[in-house]
Design a protein around this ligand. Structure first.
Ligand SMILES: N[C@@H](CCC(=O)N[C@@H](CS)C(=O)NCC(=O)O)C(=O)O
Length: 227
């Protein structure tokens, strides 16, 4: 079954789905894309993913879901793309930074975006997000003194999992948070190089719908207003 065709259930607006889209582009996978309209999901999609979320992948006669599971699957099935290092400890480091980013940076950012934005909430957000970004810079420099990626020159699952969210965090900050500037990025060159590296990689830019379109669709869906 290893050469069976892959079906990719996508929604271009979704950062989780973009993880799968990037991994597919980085591998030699042959695949067909089916776009799911999240505002009007087809009835049959619950048979593909009972949770009715994107992304999902039809592979080897089954359907798999969850973006991190999907990108690991793509790495396992197309090892020649080298999306994970071979050494156990470096694999652990890749997985750790993904977990760290998801809980500490995404978590803090989206909690503030959707929550109260009064003075006290802003103070807490500003402190927490910059502290987490400084920690991310430490994780980056522990891997490699220079970028542009988490592992230095090697593009990996860490970059794939993080890039879609950094694009959106930066885009949202411009539109919803009065062009909020992250102090930690300006003062940590390795972090800045990493963000530039992952957000300009062709597989990332080619799978992103752009800040303007993304923000428009996201604000309609979540009733957010520009600040
Ligand atoms: N934990 C999931 C999250 C996927 C997710 O939340 N996808 C959203 C779109 S970004 C979705 O399909 N939501 C269902 C809906 O909007 O109805 C993953 O990593 O794949």
């Amino acid at each position: 079954m290893s050469d069976s065709k892959i079906i990719f259930y996508n929604a271009v607006v979704c950062p989780y789905a973009q993880r799968a889209a990037i991994a597919l582009r980085e591998s030699a996978a042959q695949y067909e894309t089916i776009n799911i309209d999240l505002a009007n999901k087809p009835e049959w999609y619950k048979d593909i993913n009972p949770d009715t979320k994107v992304p999902a992948l039809g592979v080897e006669g089954q359907n798999i879901a969850e973006s991190l599971v999907i990108i690991e699957y793509i790495n396992d099935r197309f090892p020649e793309a080298n999306l994970l290092p071979k050494e156990a400890i470096r694999r652990a480091n890749v997985r750790f930074v993904i977990e760290f980013f998801t809980t500490k940076i995404n978590g803090v950012f989206f909690k503030y975006l959707f929550g109260s934005q009064d003075e006290a909430a802003f103070e807490e957000f500003d402190k927490e997000i910059n502290a987490s970004l400084v920690r991310l810079d430490q994780l980056l420099t522990q891997q490699s003194a220079t970028g542009p990626y988490f592992l230095g020159n090697e593009f990996s699952l860490a970059d794939i999992a993080i890039a879609p969210f950094f694009l959106r965090i930066l885009g949202f900050s411009k539109v919803y948070l009065k062009d909020y500037q992250f102090k930690a990025i300006k003062t940590h060159p390795r972090l800045e190089e990493f963000i530039n590296g992952i957000t300009t990689r062709p597989s990332v830019t080619e799978t992103y719908i752009g800040d303007e379109e993304y923000v428009k669709r996201f604000s309609e869906r979540h009733n957010l207003t520009k600040k």
